[in-house]
Design a protein around this ligand. Structure first.
Ligand SMILES: C[S@@+](CC[C@H](N)C(=O)[O-])C[C@H]1O[C@@H](n2cnc3c(N)ncnc32)[C@H](O)[C@@H]1O
Length: 289
């Protein structure tokens, strides 16, 4: 991937084919706030507006990466998970899921999914560069769980008879209620065996004064953005066994930093949780004498 490309224009001065620079994209806004180069003027304007509305946004996004690291390390370590399905993966930011999981299990398998063309371009470079067979990328929309689950790349990489960790970090708030994010998560989990895990990070305005936060800045830039309350968040993990410490403000999930340096809930502005799919007794189970 050339330097000119990463700065947002090709050597001819035009954006690469397939990349729409007329509207902001969430992956590129996130990239800009995290200090990356894969963004365009329209993304930078949206990012500046969002940061003006929520001054802790950059720190919160870094904490999102940190809690993702802690959670994937837990899943690969203590929970013994070797397979990961990361939806809304974003532009590569090291360490990524395959690096963290691979440190615990060299045979770990990871399927990344995103619907942004710029993420796809990076994924192609990642997958062709190292000749990785344990990592796959699917260019798909999270709102099409059947397409994701039926994708040949997923079937070739993951064994769906063995537990999988489904990772949804920083994506569900871009899926409005009318697109049924709860049904989407349920459909994905239904295809995974008992013992699988769901890990979610989701922004909330629960800790803000009414009307505060970055949602309006994203929406004004054409990116649907839906904060969810704790009760709305908890619907995603209904029927699953929450891993301690349960649903937490992002920085409070098994923190490494001491209380003095940890982000407060209002700074972090998001909930996280990890939950395990339990074994449901079959029709003949539970009736034995
Ligand atoms: C804020 S980034 C989060 C990246 C990464 N998961 C993390 O937490 O660091 C959100 C990502 O979700 C992707 N995304 C948003 N809506 C999506 C959808 N409907 N289907 C697939 N990906 C989506 C965006 O393209 C972007 O890469």
């Amino acid at each position: 991937m050339g330097e000119a490309w990463t700065r947002g224009t090709s050597s001819s001065g035009k954006p690469p084919a397939g990349i729409d620079t007329s509207v902001a994209h969430s992956a590129r806004v996130y990239d800009y706030i995290l200090g990356g180069k894969d963004n365009f003027e329209v993304d930078r304007q949206a990012a500046e507006a969002a940061t003006a509305a929520q001054p802790h946004l950059a720190t919160a996004m870094r904490e999102n990466r940190a809690v993702m690291r802690r959670i994937v390390a837990f899943l690969a370590g203590e929970a013994g998970i070797r397979q990961f399905l990361d939806i809304g993966t974003g532009l590569p930011t090291s360490p990524n899921v395959h690096e963290i999981a691979g440190a615990a299990h060299p045979d770990a398998r990871v399927v990344y999914v995103d619907n942004d063309p710029i993420v796809l371009a990076h994924a192609r470079a990642l997958l062709t560069g190292g000749g990785e067979r344990s990592i796959a990328y699917i260019d798909a929309d999270a709102r099409e769980p059947d397409r994701i689950l039926g994708a040949p790349e997923l079937r070739a990489t993951l064994d769906l008879s063995e537990p999988v960790a489904l990772l949804l970090f920083g994506i569900l708030h871009f899926i409005p209620d009318e697109d049924d994010p709860y049904g989407m998560v349920a459909a994905l989990l239904a295809s995974l065996p008992a013992g699988s895990y769901l890990a979610i990070q989701h922004p909330t305005s629960d800790f803000y004064e009414p009307g505060r936060g970055a949602a309006a800045a994203y929406s004004n830039a054409g990116i649907p953005f839906r904060y969810r309350t704790r009760a709305e968040f908890s619907r995603f993990v209904d029927g699953l066994d929450l891993v301690p410490p349960g649903i937490q403000p992002m920085a409070e999930w098994r923190p490494e930093a001491g209380p003095a340096t940890r982000l407060s809930p209002v700074q972090a502005g998001a909930y996280v949780a990890v939950a395990r799919k339990r074994h449901l007794p079959g029709p003949d189970e539970g009736h034995r004498a």
